[in-house]
Ligand binder design. Structure first.
Ligand code: XMP
Length: 317
């Protein structure tokens, strides 16, 4: 039962003492960890701090706008880098999940470095590393069995020319949420579902094109519209749509169709390490399916993924 206010004051003081008169930068994903990090940094050094948000073109419907709006209302000094074209160009024709992840991670670093240069190369970089990340990176040293190469917006490579500031290193996720609330983050922000760094790219199986992004984005918006704010939605860890790399035959009016399929993924979990099938009422599932098929051009089939982790993972790639 430690004092959170005490924690905030202590970290603000520590950041101020390390950064002194230099400047400080951080990469902001719109997730809770990087946002709380940014708020602490801003409170500590004010105008010497800048947050950078990279729009990779792979966010959900309305998400970039909503993140930018929230951050601006918190008065954070924010640079938004509109880089979707670059990301989509580098991802063109790439189908392999690991290659997608690597390309996105690398492109993110290039874009971030370019923005940092324009800001006069700040000496300090803040990251939202949590206590479990510290433990995991120590215990996984030497292990070569990577299941997925995680891309985390805060997790820039060590060899970058910055000194690190990591004010959340002693905290668990639920503690970060409490601090976020204390620092004035709105509820919908604090309880946002986890969203992977590579974004919709790993929910589009096969190649990523503008049209395929549109399909998964619209389907995902429908899934969220039907579950956000409901008891079922609140009982789930994540719910989202995945665009499958298959075409199947359907019929519309008296016309044969040969179009795409969407999988709806609903899971419960405590920490994302394991997950159970998230049950949702039959009528809700039917409505989601009906809406996706009638509202999303190019989709003629919807399936519900009923696989636990393990052996499946939460994301399909
Ligand atoms: P998997 O698919 O490995 O996902 O069962 C476990 C949890 O992690 C999220 N996830 C990611 N988060 N960068 C992230 O920040 C990533 O590259 C990434 N890949 C998966 C996933 O959404 C789930 O909550």
């Amino acid at each position: 039962n430690w004092s959170l206010t005490g924690y905030i004051d202590r970290k603000v003081e520590e950041i101020r003492n390390s950064v002194k008169k230099d400047s400080l930068i951080c990469a902001l994903s719109g997730g809770i960890d990087s946002t709380v990090t940014a708020l602490l940094c801003h409170r500590a050094v004010g105008k010497q701090f800048t947050a950078v948000y990279v729009d990779n073109g792979l966010m959900r419907a309305g998400e970039t706008q909503s993140i930018v709006r929230d951050l601006q209302s918190l008065k954070l000094p924010l640079v938004v880098s509109h880089s979707s074209e670059l990301f989509l160009k580098r991802l063109a024709g790439v189908k392999d999940p690991e290659r997608k992840r690597k390309i996105i991670g690398r492109t993110f670093i290039h874009v971030f470095q370019k923005e940092a240069k324009q800001l006069g190369m700040p000496k300090y970089l803040a990251q939202g590393t949590l206590y479990p990340d510290v433990i995991e990176s120590v215990s996984s040293k030497g292990s070569s069995s990577v299941i997925k190469s995680h891309h985390n917006v805060g997790g820039l490579p060590k060899r970058m020319p910055f000194s690190l500031v990591e004010p959340l290193r002693e905290l668990f996720k639920d503690e970060v949420r409490i601090i976020g609330k204390e620092l004035g983050l709105p509820d919908h922000f604090v309880h946002r579902q986890p969203f992977p760094g590579p974004g919709l790219a790993i929910r589009i199986l096969g190649s990523i094109t503008t049209d395929r992004i549109r399909m998964v984005r619209e389907a995902d918006r429908i899934v969220r519209e039907e579950l956000d704010g409901t008891d079922t939605g609140q009982s789930l860890w994540q719910y989202f749509a995945v665009l499958l790399p298959v075409h199947s035959v359907g019929v519309m009016g008296d016309q044969r169709t040969y179009e795409n399929a969407i999988a709806v993924r609903t899971v419960t979990s405590v920490d994302g390490m394991t997950a159970d099938i998230g049950e949702i009422p039959h009528n809700v599932l039917i409505r989601i399916s009906h809406r996706i098929i009638s509202e999303v051009r190019g989709i003629n089939r919807v399936v519900h993924d009923i696989s636990p982790k393990p052996p499946s993972t939460i994301e399909w790639e």
